[in-house]
Write a protein that binds this ligand. Sequence first.
Ligand SMILES: Nc1nc2c(ncn2[C@@H]2O[C@H](COP(=O)(O)OP(=O)(O)OP(=O)(O)O)[C@@H](O)[C@H]2O)c(=O)[nH]1
Ligand SMILES: [Zn+2]
Length: 318
Amino acid sequence: MSKREPRAAASLPGTLTGLVVAGFGRHVLVETEDGKRVICHPRGKKGQALVGDNVRWLPSQDEGTIEKVDERSNVFYRQDEMRTKSFAANLDQVLILIAAEPEFSESQLTRALIAAEAARIKPIIALNKSDLTEPFGRGWTKLAPYRNMGYEMLSLAIKPKTDTGDANQAQTDTLMALIQGKKTLVLGPSGAGKSSLTNLLIPQAKILTAEISQALNSGKHTTTSTTLYWVDAARSTALIDSPGFQEFGLNHIEPMQLANLMPDFKRHAQNCKFYNCTHLHEPGCGVINEIKSLPSSISAARYRLYGELFEDLSQTRY
Ligand SMILES: Nc1nc2c(ncn2[C@@H]2O[C@H](COP(=O)(O)OP(=O)(O)OP(=O)(O)O)[C@@H](O)[C@H]2O)c(=O)[nH]1
Ligand SMILES: [Zn+2]
């Protein structure tokens, strides 16, 4: 039984190491150590490489095949009823970019945070459009529970309508300090300012995108792809752009795991009388006791979202 594993794909003769910097369906763009970029195709059905993956690839003419995907430190993904959508691998953090306008959905924010917690990836919340004073104030207040539960949070004005229209430099510097030397996935609803952010930090992004689409000989795929951009010439700071999404499915998460992935719930769930407490109706529930106390460190909105998610994830299980 306990024979040794077969030698891990031996030394993979002839292969080169590389980093996946863009994904288009099953095809990827691999960056070599000296910065060259090569289109690679997966070998066989298995081994789909993701942006952020370190891979061994085998050159064939001017393209290549992915021979092996190195072990990942993490993968950020969502799972809807029908399928799993992996965003990227080996991330240092996820930047959840929301805006004063259009008003962000707290449900989507909570879902993205839970997915980050489940994948053990640090989330950062950025609220954009601070130049829109009134809606921004409302948004910032709505985010108070998330600041209180310890999430890193910053305000941005990436492309303000006011003054010169230039980004707020102090805010951008704060962001730069947070992403320095890291691989950061940018996630956010449509209209929050994702492309504005990419264009601000990577002025040549549009050209790069055009190059990639030309290399793949199809302009139409680029909008639905994921792309890693280096922010600095030394290639140590990376921003990963992902396509927008309508629904952020959490079907990979058990309802009973939820409270553990919500920092405001987790603390109080330790006080529950029953080890398998759902925090929905049980007597002696630490979470329910906290909700009833004034002031409560769990907001009414978060408790409602918890209930909805719990029901949602209980129904979709099969
Ligand atoms: N007032 C204000 N508007 C901004 C700011 N940043 C971006 N915008 C505007 O918000 C709109 C959406 O910005 P985008 O960068 O296209 O947003 P996106 O997230 O890429 O949106 P999708 O392409 O739909 O995914 C644009 O009209 C921007 O000019 C800001 O700081 N203040
Ligand atoms: Zn409980």
